[in-house]
Write a protein that binds this ligand. Structure first.
Ligand SMILES: *Cc1c(COP(=O)(O)O)cnc(C)c1O
Length: 435
């Protein structure tokens, strides 16, 4: 039998980087200057192994998705069973067990005002669906609203609608003319709360269709963190004008912030919630947009034009839904919940340890996510050279971290052991010494 998991240095694998270069265009990569990609052969827990059997500690959960570690045997077994039963079926006019069970179980763990689950493929599509639901909600009610309020520095995905509601940056510059207008509030970080709330009182008028936000942590914008109290206040201002509130929990969902969802830090509840990334434990691509009964009801009509005309070929793919169910079993287990606490506590201790170091600024933490700014006397920017230095320094020591500009963060899979965490912390400290 052919084993795909045997570590080997066969010429084919050695060659993979060069073959890749000949035919592949990578995401977020300047192909002219980027080094050849590292061929990864297998993964186990928090560790990835390359073609030479070199180990990399995945401290970013492979772009924030791999919450239970790589190639988890339980998720693999569940998907494999599903694969032999039903791999896919059209999701209009048909349904299946994994989709129904996942929706039922998601609704038991999401905030209690959530009533319906709409499936798509990824985080960006989950956001697109939320935006379309919000705009068409107002359209269907016969009171169209066009305005959207978002936060400066927000990231909601790379498709056009998702880009439009994200902060404008070098990444969106070529597309600016094609993005619909959005009104921005400054992120309500410590010290900025009053300024944000003051502006919010002016901006939240009765023509705002939706307020979209990454609750408590703005991920791609640089792990910018702020407090639940001010977000609750923003939610109340939006709600005073009936504006719909979209919580983009694509990154914060499924335990990352220490609670199942960041929304659980709040007293106010969002109307729509976007999920992806950790949803399937990082195994399959799946997106979810959850909404309230009131939103769902606004689409019910004898008039077919009130239908939500949106869908994707792989909507509610049974393998992806099964992966999500298996991931949820693991997530809700006592063992994983204890690990989330354990990692959060260790992060807090490490945060204390590096706080006050001259090469570190703004140490911040929410649950299993720890972030800080590297300070080497340069301006903060994604394109900072300190970013490449830090990335390479850590990679050479077998730690995969991917700074956002000068923002370094640890977002480990929950199965990461204390020893692995300590190893990563030690390498980070050596990096700080070297700056
Ligand atoms: C990653 C991310 C997205 C986009 O998800 P994709 O699956 O990459 O399309 C949207 N919102 C937030 C908050 C994210 O972190």
């Amino acid at each position: 039998m052919l084993s795909v998991n045997t570590p080997t240095s066969s010429p084919d694998l050695q060659n993979l980087s060069a073959r890749d270069k000949a035919v592949i265009w990578h995401p977020f990569t300047q192909m002219q200057t980027a080094p050849l990609p590292i061929p990864i052969v297998r993964g186990e827990g928090s560790v990835l192994y390359d073609a030479d059997n070199r180990a990399y500690l995945d401290m970013i959960s492979s772009w924030w998705v791999t919450i239970h570690g790589h190639a988890h045997p339980y998720i693999a077994q569940r998907i494999s069973e599903q694969l032999k039963t039903l791999e896919h079926v059209i999701f209009a006019g048909f349904t299946h067990q994994p989709a129904v069970e996942l929706a039922e179980r998601l609704l038991t763990i999401l905030p209690e005002n959530q009533a319906k689950i709409f499936y798509s493929d990824n985080g960006s599509t989950a956001v697109e669906v939320a935006l379309k639901m919000a705009f068409q909600y107002w359209h269907n009610l016969g009171r169209p609203r066009k305005k959207v309020v978002a936060l400066d520095g927000a990231y909601h995905g790379d498709t056009f609608g998702a880009m439009a509601v994200g902060g404008r940056s070098a990444f969106t510059a070529p597309f600016t003319p094609f993005l619909f207008d959005v009104t921005y509030l400054p992120a309500p970080v410590a010290g900025q709360e009053d300024a944000t709330l003051k502006l919010a009182r002016e901006l939240f008028t009765d023509d705002v269709a939706a307020f979209i936000v990454e609750p408590l942590v703005q991920g791609s914008g640089g792990m910018v963190m702020y407090e639940p109290t001010v977000l609750d206040e923003l939610f109340r201002l939006a709600r005073a004008n009936d504006s719909l509130i979209i919580a983009d929990e694509v990154m914060t969902g499924f335990g990352r912030t220490g609670k199942l969802f960041a929304s659980y830090y709040l007293s106010e509840q969002p109307d729509l919630i976007c999920l992806s990334k950790g949803l399937t434990g990082g195994t399959m691509a799946l997106g979810v947009t959850a909404c309230t009964q009131a939103i769902y009801d606004a689409f019910l009509s004898d008039d077919k034009l009130k239908t939500l005309f949106h869908g994707h070929s792989f909507t509610a793919n049974p393998l992806a839904c099964t992966a999500a169910l298996a991931s949820m079993d693991l997530l809700l287990s006592e063992e994983t919940q204890a690990s989330i606490q354990r990692i959060s506590e260790r992060h807090a201790r490490f945060a204390n340890r590096i706080q006050g170091r001259p090469t570190v600024n703004n140490v911040r933490q929410r649950g299993t996510l720890l972030a800080f700014d590297l300070n080497a006397g340069e301006q903060t920017s994604y394109f900072n050279s300190i970013r490449d230095r830090a990335y390479n320094f850590l990679l050479e020591r077998g730690v995969l971290m991917r700074p956002l500009g000068n923002v370094l963060y640890l977002m480990p899979p929950y199965c990461t052991t204390d020893e692995q965490l300590q190893y990563a912390y030690d390498q980070v400290e050596q990096l700080l010494d070297s700056l």
